[in-house]
Design a protein around this ligand. Structure first.
Ligand code: FES
Length: 405
């Protein structure tokens, strides 16, 4: 092996010179914040961290699913909506009993519909029976209600170079919303792809956007195909499939070798569909998952210690100059424990993937949900966790770097 000592020494001295010139520039820099400049100002406008929105319309889609149309609230300083990619979500915030709670919801309207002074986002929410957040939404969100939202987030969108032009959407329940946005984008001519949607519902009354999906398919000249898969015994729809989205069913409709698979639905559906997709031996980049919020029941997660299920621990939180000691249940995430105590830790995806809740674990042990470990190697090395996917297994101390919106 040939080792070029001369080259390495040159690099080393070059690096030492660079460090010293950088040090001088830091020392000479003004202590007040630098003017952001036009490029940074434009970037902040295009990708705002926070948007103030108003509900302008509400539609019931099914017995338990409702669409909220959100428009800018100029009185609160949002004059225009941020552009998004079809498939992205907003983190919506609500103050419930003086506790700020946030939940991610995919946008079901098309990106083009967010543009201009009349722009809007449609967000479709399914009411969960014991859902803290959705019960509040049902009881309190009316036309005219002001909502605080994040900018558009997430990477669950079609990227032609990476994904090719054949998409297979595997949806369950209200997980159809990002595919509705993609279908609209195809009809507008803004997305060059074909979409096959295999959409699982319990019965016909449970299908969200049944008519709209049919209309989009009819207008698409073959670029959109929707197959309803009903798990009930009767099959009251023409051409629908009965049962579940199995490997056989996927093979029947999809060009498996040429397609990229996008999955969005409840956690049980993810687990089922991902096992079915395993039969095809696809590389990971051809399977894309939307975030699905917190795990509903961690006690069944592989590796979760059964003896911990009913335990409660002490959680010491350092946040915004405060130190508080609060209770934390083993069956709930560290993020939920902080929110219950009235703190406002940052969050967006609530699934361990975006990194927004990134927090230092000073001491103690946590269980990390197997699908929710989006921490980077450097985070793990220096003791950072994602509280939205971490469950206490002992007394804990955490330091939250910044507060939420
Ligand atoms: S909120 Fe996204 S990683 Fe925790």
């Amino acid at each position: 092996m040939k080792i070029s000592v001369k080259g390495s020494l040159r690099d080393l001295f070059g690096f030492i010179r660079l460090r010293s010139s950088r040090g001088k520039r830091f020392a000479a820099a003004p202590s007040k914040p630098v003017d952001p400049g036009p490029v940074n100002e434009l970037a902040a406008q295009l990708h705002p961290k926070r948007q103030n929105l108003l509900i302008s319309e509400i539609h019931d889609e099914t017995k338990s699913t409702r669409t909220f149309r959100l428009v800018p609230d100029p009185e609160s300083d949002t004059r225009q909506l941020a552009y998004f990619r079809a498939g992205q979500y907003l983190s919506l915030k609500a103050d419930i009993d003086r506790v700020r709670i946030a939940r991610p919801y995919s946008i079901s309207s098309a990106p083009r519909e967010a543009l201009g002074a009349d722009g809007f986002y449609d967000i479709t929410i399914r009411k969960i029976d014991d859902g803290f957040f959705t019960s509040h939404v049902w009881d309190n969100w009316n036309v005219g209600t002001k909502i605080v939202a994040s900018g558009p987030c997430g990477r669950f969108y079609h990227e032609p170079i990476r994904d090719g032009n054949k998409i297979v959407g595997l949806a369950g329940g209200s997980g159809v919303t990002p595919f509705c946005s993609m279908a609209r984008e195809i009809i507008y001519g803004d997305m060059n792809a074909e979409l096959l949607l295999l959409y699982g519902s319990s019965d016909k009354d449970d299908i969200v956007f049944y008519e709209q999906l049919g209309e989009l398919e009819a207008k698409s000249a073959g670029r959109i195909k929707v197959v309803h898969v009903l798990s009930c015994d009767e099959a009251p729809l023409p051409d629908c499939e009965q049962g579940f989205i199995t490997a056989d069913l996927i093979r029947k409709y999809a060009d498996v070798d040429e397609s990229t698979f996008f999955i969005c639905g409840p956690q049980a559906m993810y687990d089922f569909v991902r096992q079915e997709l395993a039969a095809f031996g696809l590389p990971p980049r051809r399977i894309r998952n939307e975030v699905y919020g917190e795990a509903r029941d961690v006690s069944n997660a592989p590796g979760f210690p059964r003896t911990a299920v009913n335990k409660s621990f002490e959680l010491t939180v350092r946040i915004g100059g405060l130190t508080m000691v609060i209770p934390a249940l083993a069956a709930e995430t560290v993020l939920v424990a902080m929110e219950r105590a009235g703190l406002a830790p940052p969050s967006e995806c609530r699934s361990g993937t975006c990194g927004v809740c990134h927090t230092l674990l000073v001491s103690g042990d946590v269980f990390v949900y197997p699908d929710g470990d989006g921490t980077r190697a450097a985070d793990r090395q220096f003791g950072f966790i994602h509280p939205c996917s971490s469950y206490p297994l002992s007394d804990l101390e955490v330091a939250v770097p910044r507060s939420g919106l």
